[in-house]
Write a protein that binds this ligand. Structure first.
Ligand code: SF4
Length: 207
């Protein structure tokens, strides 16, 4: 186990990828606020979690699979693992998401981290998985190529470094993200920016 860092939940990676301050507020300061979006996402996962494993044809469907990487210091739970064929088996991870497919890689990073754990746990290679989106009821394939693997590793390193530092990040410059953020009321990014620019002016004119 990589015990040089604090343990990191895979589900936290999407928070860091979205906004490091959001990640810090939740995982350092334990601040949390369920808005409509997150509450609905929790309900969706509760439904997925309640299902039993099943076999359909030559595919076994394992649900709520615990995953962990000692090498990377991450752990979590995968919504669905499809295991197909006879040895060598084909492993296909699937994660359920409430919203629509995104331009950004936030959801893909989470899925890729789960695949990295499975690879380490079962000594296999996983080339592909999928994200299933509730809103369009659509399954989107995700290739675990080098670019996504590298982005996932960088996200893990960044999140671990932030946890280790114990310091909450400044707000993101992306105000569109703030509008959709479940922590907007707790975070108050505009107050922070206002205070920060006042402190900067004070420093500027006092020198
Ligand atoms: S409100 Fe904006 S700055 Fe604050 S946590 Fe959310 S996205 Fe980040």
């Amino acid at each position: 186990m990589d015990d040089s860092h604090q343990p990191l939940f895979i589900s936290a990676l999407q928070h860091y990828a979205y906004c490091p301050r959001q990640f810090a507020l939740i995982h350092l300061e334990q601040a949390w606020s369920d808005n409509f979006f997150t509450a609905h996402g929790n309900l969706l996962h509760e439904r997925v979690d309640s299902c039993e494993p099943e076999q359909r044809g030559n595919i076994r469907f394992e649900r709520s699979v615990a995953v962990k990487s000692s090498r990377l210091g991450i752990s979590g739970k995968l919504d669905l693992l499809e295991v197909e064929g006879k040895p060598p088996l084909n492993y296909f991870p699937v994660e359920y998401k409430r919203g629509k497919p995104k331009v950004e890689n936030w959801d893909k990073i989470q899925l890729c981290a789960q695949a990295l754990c499975l690879e380490e746990m079962r000594n296999i290679t996983i080339n592909e998985g999928a994200l299933w989106y509730w809103k369009p009821r659509k399954r989107v394939p995700v290739m675990f190529d080098d670019a996504l693997r590298n982005e996932t590793l960088l996200t893990i390193q960044g999140a671990q470094a932030l946890l280790d530092s114990g310091k909450t990040s400044a707000p993101t410059d992306n105000s569109k993200r703030c509008k959709a953020c479940s922590l907007l009321d707790l975070c108050e990014p505009e107050s922070f920016r206002h205070d920060h620019s006042r402190a900067y002016s004070r420093e500027l004119f006092s020198s």
